[in-house]
Ligand binder design. Structure first.
Ligand SMILES: Nc1ncnc2c1ncn2[C@@H]1O[C@H](COP(=O)(O)OP(=O)(O)OP(=O)(O)O)[C@@H](O)[C@H]1O
Ligand SMILES: [Mg+2]
Length: 502
């Protein structure tokens, strides 16, 4: 047999009082795609970071192409042909796309020739952008791109290293289905060139499609390892969560009440036509569409995170909410943003402070604190959402990705909104936690909150929403009642070109 590209033996890692990995063995062959799945906090990203030279294992051995290695830095990992697309975006916001892709590896042979080599820099950047199918100018600052575009820059950056082992940690979490499919094609192509891939994702259908072998982690241990074509989805879910999940979506007996939110003639950056719709108390309204269709922009416009150019937003009949977030919150609107890192959470702060220091006071800059109340609120949500944290004082930045997402939800639930806007609420969370979030959304709706949910996962739109608006190129392309919801009916509206038909 050929030498495995990577061989891990008995890798263990502990962070203070959390054991992230308990002695993991893993082999990855040349040209093999290994799917790595497991619950939030199971240790997947920790393993990726150990291979990438970000963390050092406490015990164990890393053997790269037959040679035992200590990997002290990311740079050294790169020199061994290892590249990682991280779960949390790691781009430098104000730098251009091309500088991000080639950061620290600019093709300057001789420093004096810097200027001449800018041409080479651009050529290389364009080549990588083409590979990931991203059509933006290489000089665009990264912070002007959508999250989905940034994710592709991140992928381009890893691919530009010409790695022999590529680790992708949730690379498609903010891509829509068509874009995710394109990425899977790229991976298949890399594989046929002999590149090895460790593919971490919560999207089991993707993992099953792309992988040769699937490995399941639970609580820092490898609990299952199987050829992909021998693993059924049920088996994998059961292995991940340690129990069977009967049904993914809660039974909802929606009895929508009075109109809770009325949006009339709304225009905001990213919308090309005024948008009008209303949502009833207790209703879950889905917003579907491709990435870039204006879904996030619509939510941001309602919340006043982006300046409204025209139109009104009325909650429970109380006059127009003014167009800035504090006014929206005071009117009873909560907004769980897509990008938890820059818009959602304060990573250096504890779970307690993120959840319980109410958003309202954070925005208003008030520092008056009621410790006991905050502790109670935080503990209630840690339990209710089953946030895995060593204590309420743990820094949010050191939680696993999925548990950060739950903390973000908790933070907005704590303000008890009347209207809750959710942008990709289950991004990056495991199937067990998804199940919990769906139950939670159903519960919130049942208490009379109007929920508006943007999602790229059609399954969850179909499984959860009472009604769905489909957006296409900055306008509303149509509305689908629960009984008419299907992947086909959504795609038909989402993908049609030109002016939407009436
Ligand atoms: N820097 C850190 N400091 C303290 N604890 C950490 C740190 N990094 C990870 N952990 C903890 O280690 C455990 C494993 O985290 P890891 O990020 O590897 O999970 P994961 O499997 O990638 O989860 P997810 O699916 O949510 O991304 C978690 O309990 C997490 O809180
Ligand atoms: Mg992770």
């Amino acid at each position: 047999m050929v030498q495995p590209r990577l061989r891990l033996r008995n890798i263990a890692k502990r962070f203070e009082n959390t054991i992230a990995l308990r002695g993991v063995d893993l082999d990855v062959a040349e040209g093999e795609v290994v799917g790595l799945i497991g619950e939030n906090g199971a240790g997947k990203s920790t393993l990726a970071k150990i291979i990438a030279g970000i963390h050092q294992p406490d015990t164990g051995q890393i053997i790269v192409e037959g040679t035992p290695r200590v990997i002290p830095t990311v740079r050294f990992a790169q020199s061994l042909g290892i590249a990682v697309v991280h779960q949390e975006l790691n781009l430098v916001p104000h730098l251009s796309v091309e500088s991000n892709i080639l950061l620290g590896r600019e093709p300057f042979r001789v420093p004096v020739l810097k200027f001449a080599d800018n041409r080479a820099l651009r050529r290389e950047a364009l080549r990588m952008l083409d590979t990931v199918g991203l059509d933006v100018h290489p000089g665009t600052p990264v912070n002007e791109l959508s999250i989905a575009q940034q994710q592709r820059v991140e992928i381009a950056k890893a691919l530009s290293l010409d790695a022999r082992l590529l680790i992708m940690d949730e690379p498609t979490s903010s891509l829509a289905e068509a874009e995710a499919a394109a990425l899977l094609d790229i991976i298949a192509r890399l594989r046929s060139q002999g590149i090895s891939v460790i593919y971490i994702s919560h999207k089991l259908d993707e993992v099953r499609r792309i992988s040769d072998r699937i490995v399941v982690f639970r609580d820092g241990e490898k609990v299952v390892e199987k050829a992909a074509d021998e693993a059924t989805e049920e088996q994998l879910v059961t292995a991940m969560v340690g129990r069977e999940l009967a049904t993914m979506f809660p039974d909802r007996d929606a009895q929508p009440g009075e109109i809770a939110l009325t949006v009339e003639g709304l225009l905001a950056p990213g919308l090309v036509e005024p948008v009008s719709f209303s949502v009833r108390a207790g209703e879950v309204l889905g917003i579907a569409g491709l990435v870039g269709a204006g879904r996030t922009e619509l939510l941001r416009g309602i919340f006043g995170a982006a300046r409204r150019q025209a139109g009104s937003v009325v909650v429970e009949g109380h006059g127009d909410a003014r167009s800035y977030p504090l006014a929206a919150i005071q009117a009873g609107i909560g907004f769980v943003p897509e990008d938890r890192k820059t818009e959602g959470l304060i990573l250096q702060m504890s779970v307690r402070d993120n959840v319980a220091l109410s958003v309202l006071r954070q925005l208003a800059g008030l520092i008056f604190r009621r410790q006991n109340r905050e502790t109670r609120v935080a503990d209630r949500f840690i339990t209710r959402l089953n946030i895995q944290t060593s204590s309420r004082e743990q820094r949010v930045g050191s939680l696993s990705g999925g548990n950060q997402q739950k903390t973000l939800l908790a933070k907005w639930l704590a303000i008890e909104p009347r209207v809750l806007l959710l942008d990709e609420p289950t991004r990056g969370i495991d199937v067990g936690a998804k199940h919990e979030v769906y139950r939670l959304i159903a519960e919130i709706a049942a208490t009379g909150v109007a929920v508006v949910m943007v999602s790229s996962e059609m399954e969850e739109i179909i499984g959860l929403c009472d009604r769905t608006l489909v957006m296409n190129e900055g306008r509303l392309a149509g509305e689908l009642a629960r009984d008419d919801l299907s992947e086909e009916s959504i795609m038909q509206l989402a993908a049609q070109h030109g002016e939407s038909s009436d």
